[in-house]
Design a protein around this ligand. Structure first.
Ligand code: NAP
Length: 319
């Protein structure tokens, strides 16, 4: 049995696979594989550990007639054509229960950094502009007691809600398709409709998957409904936001700042108008990027592969 790992990931994956007699081939260059490289290297593999940057579509599946299982090294799976996989009996896995805390920690870091204007303040020090203590310079805003609106109250959204409610006494409003009793009982979180979230939140943090319903749901219409000039945080997917409208909302002051770990496209061009705003902080999709979490993700991806190769139920199967 042969498995392709399409990018360098922690050795926990390879150790598990090789320990079970699987031949592992890895793409180890410090860049994403090209489409041609992916098609060539995967063609006689039964399993692929794939990254978000790998399009796993019909063409690829047809080019890999022995493919039994794809384990995405991520919780999101919008890079995979699930219907095409289902048609061919190819199982698809992802890595839930491994990265929620880590990604929520990043969302919180972005929120705190933008609230306290850390990018601007650091630039001030680096550029030699720090001359004296300022009575009125770099005034930011507090988190304590403010209202947080969470769009998408799943694993990451709930982890974020917990940190903000317990750590900063924040009132939590949320949107999801189904009520979250645990967060309501333990944190006093309230499920609200989208317009209420937009109108009442001082901070908005996005944690939904990218689907046809959430595509560009944060658009001009949504930004115009925001009443409190919130700080907007997105660690979900770039495409849930219309970036032209986001730029406009920053210019007009509809929002007070933005922290983005995801953009459209990725990588974001250094020419993007978003980078011209002092109150915007953008990170290069590093939500799950800690040693601990990536090691756990690698192990789960390998377990998904092993189960798929053996025809067993995947520990984390995408249905
Ligand atoms: P999850 O547990 O599946 O939670 C998703 C939440 O979104 C659920 O509460 C779901 O509602 C809600 N939702 C789905 N469609 C919605 C809609 N149309 N309107 C309102 N709410 C909706 O996923 P997760 O693990 O928290 O991850 C969320 C997303 O974060 C992933 O899909 C991925 O794209 C992104 N992510 C990014 C990074 C990063 O590195 N920046 C890392 C991990 C994940 P129900 O619960 O009612 O179904």
């Amino acid at each position: 049995m042969k498995v392709l790992i399409t990018e360098k990931i922690p050795s926990s994956a390879k150790t598990i696979l090789e320990g079970q007699g699987v031949e592992v081939i890895e793409f180890t260059e410090d860049r994403p594989m090209t489409r041609e490289e992916l098609l060539t290297m995967a063609k006689d593999c039964q399993g692929i550990i794939s990254m978000l940057s790998n399009k796993i579509d019909k063409e690829l599946m047809e080019a890999c007639p022995q493919l039994k299982v794809v384990a995405n090294y991520a919780v999101g799976f919008d890079n995979i054509d699930l219907a095409a996989a289902r048609e061919r009996g190819i199982k698809v896995g992802n890595t839930p229960n491994t990265l929620a805390e880590t990604t929520a920690e990043l969302a919180l870091s972005l929120m705190m950094s933008v609230a306290r204007r850390l990018p601007e303040a650091f630039a001030n020090v680096k550029n030699g502009e720090w001359k004296r203590w300022l009575a009125s310079g770099f005034l930011g805003r507090d988190l304590k007691g403010k209202t947080l609106g969470i769009f998408g109250m799943g694993e990451i959204g709930e982890a974020m809600a917990y940190k903000c409610a317990r750590g900063f006494d924040m009132k939590v409003l949320y949107c999801a398709r189904s009520p979250k009793k645990n967060a309501e009982e333990k944190l006093g979180a309230q499920k609200v409709d989208f317009d209420t979230l937009l109108q009442e939140a001082d901070y908005i943090s996005v944690h939904c998957p990218l689907t046809p319903e959430t595509l560009e749901i944060f658009n001009k219409d949504a930004f115009n409904k925001m009443k409190k000039a919130p700080i907007f945080i997105n660690t979900a997917r770039g495409k849930v936001v219309n970036q032209v409208d986001l730029d406009e909302a920053l210019k007009s002051g509809k929002i007070a700042g933005a922290g983005l770990d995801v953009t459209e496209p990725e990588p974001l061009s250094p020419e993007s108008p978003l980078l011209k705003h002092a109150n915007v902080l953008i990170t290069p999709h590093i939500g799950s990027a800690t040693h601990e979490t990536r090691t756990n993700m690698a192990a789960l991806a390998a377990q998904n592969i092993m189960a798929g190769l053996l025809g067993e139920k995947l520990p984390a199967e995408v249905k």
